[in-house]
Design a protein around this ligand. Structure first.
Ligand SMILES: [Ca+2]
Length: 176
């Protein structure tokens, strides 16, 4: 009887460790989407692809850019979010720690939980260059979509429908 209880405890402990490892790797994040689209970039057709929580931009078979290994990409959009006439790349991504390596000086310690972020890049010489990186999103994004007028529609996990546009520096809510 005691041996059976000991074994059950051991199995539960192993399962617990496995769950923690999967969480640490981000396996429970909603990053299972898979899709591609194309973008015309200075006369070259670029393929944008999301797969295994990683984003890749490629021309023919040459990879131009790939998302960093330490982020998990949930989705991407390609549209003119700042209304300057050219499309930006917008990633919805998760990473551990709210701020990444360059945290503000008043934040003594980065947290280690997964947080959701919006990263906006503009294209320069065939590669996305960071334009704006949000800190951890509150509220989070359950679904999103680019609107024809350049606004960003965001559905929160709580079911709230919101609209955002690019302001002077960052996204500004417009539906309130
Ligand atoms: Ca633009």
């Amino acid at each position: 009887m005691r041996r059976a209880a000991g074994l059950a405890l051991y199995v539960a402990l192993l399962a617990g460790i496995a769950l923690v490892l999967l969480w640490y790797r981000g396996d429970f994040l909603p990053c299972r989407g898979e899709r591609t689209s194309t973008l015309e970039l200075e006369g070259t057709e670029v393929t944008l692809a999301l797969r295994d929580a990683s984003f890749t931009a490629a021309a023919s078979d040459t990879v131009l850019w790939q998302s960093a290994k330490n982020i998990r990409v949930q989705d991407f959009l390609s549209f003119d979010i700042d209304r300057d006439g050219t499309a930006e790349l917008v990633l919805l991504a998760w990473r551990r720690g709210n701020y990444g390596p360059s945290r503000p000086f008043w934040v003594a310690r980065n947290d280690t939980g997964w947080s959701q972020h919006i990263f906006i890049y503009n294209w320069q010489d065939g590669a996305p260059v960071p334009q704006w990186m949000s800190s951890g999103l509150r509220p989070q994004v359950s679904r999103w979509a680019a609107q024809p007028d350049g606004q960003l529609y965001i559905l929160t996990p709580q079911g709230e429908k919101t609209l955002w546009r690019w302001g002077q520096w960052g996204l500004v809510r417009t539906d309130l």
